[in-house]
Design a protein around this ligand. Sequence first.
Ligand code: UD1
Ligand code: UDP
Length: 365
Amino acid sequence: MERIMIIMGTRPEAIKLCPLVLELKKRKKYDVLVCSTGQHRSMLDSVLRVFSIKPDFDLDVMRTGQTLSSVSARILKGLDEIFTAEHPDLVIVQGDTTTAFAGALAAFHKRIPIAHVEAGLRTYHIDSPYPEEFHRQVIGLVTKWHFAPTEAAQDNLLREGKKKKSIFVTGNTVVDALRFTLGNDFNRPSWNLPTDYRLILFTAHRRESMGTQMTGMFKALRKLVDEFPDVIAVCPLHHNPQVRSAAEVIKGHERIRIIEPPDILSFHQLLSRTYLVITDSGGIQEEAVALGIPTIVTRYSTERGEGIKAGVLRLAGCSENGIFNLGKELLTPNSKVYKKMKTPTSVYGNGDASVRIADILEKVM
Ligand code: UD1
Ligand code: UDP
């Protein structure tokens, strides 16, 4: 029996890999092991609870205020020991986090074949997103099977010289997760939000924006809520202490709710009733595109060009004025620009990416 080890460490990796874990576990051909690096703690565990997945290994590396190098070093050391003891035939990593990067590097050091889920996303700006652009390019160098979510991602890999037969376009497993959370009759918590207000859902966490820039993003949100009396905002705060300190400027506003990160079931429910998303998150951009929810991306570039092309995502940059001005345009009643953005698309697939990936692995392994 082939042994597959799936590595995950942060919230978005768990959201996008849990559907694949469940799918691979259905296939008799594999012994599926899940290894959590614990790069995130509560934010990761909350996803695992929703999908009822208990990792076989947990490196528990998270420390408050961890540096990129310290996390990488702890993961490399931990995985080296686990790979030596367990001899996986394949290691699966997802996306572009430190967990994915160190997971791929540890597997490369042991000469274990690597499959990369969500392969081929690029901005080609090495500092944006930082350090994710570096991570995903390096992972691409050592990957045997690239699971690209879209044709555009495949094209990036081909341009970089990866062999066509090593790349498979599968859709993004984030849509599988959306189907899991919104497609079933879950008992969802009531948000107790007044229905006669338009809802802005705001998140921020990118490393390259930390400091004054991120404070400016929160200030732009506050100004938008002040400008439009029929708007309320919900801000689930990432656990990074630097995000929490930037968010000080929105405290005490009667129409801005600052909340702890809801679990993925509640978050998707909230998202599905949102009027306007303002975010720098990768996963939320994709979910908004799948659901057709107009979204302001608080970054200067995005690797989710499909969403820009589809018209659902608009790049505002990171400045307070840039975000405020675009937000004002979209929130102005009867905004034609807003209406055009409200179009769901299946550019990230129909929720069967995990099945496709599992089918392909059964053929190639
Ligand atoms: C990481 C990823 C980023 C991804 C993001 C998803 C890297 C370099 N970055 O960034 O690509 O978009 O996760 O959210 O891999 N913390 C907690 N509890 C948690 C999670 C985080 O307290 O459950 C705090 C800790 O103080 C930690 C800090 O957040 O030191 C930052 O976490 P870290 O994983 O280093 O970076 P993220 O900004 O979360
Ligand atoms: N998410 C969540 N709770 C929150 C905020 C986000 O469950 O409070 C989910 C969201 O639906 C998406 C994922 O987390 O699937 C995105 O993670 P994040 O923004 O942390 O990372 P990124 O996608 O930018 O790497």
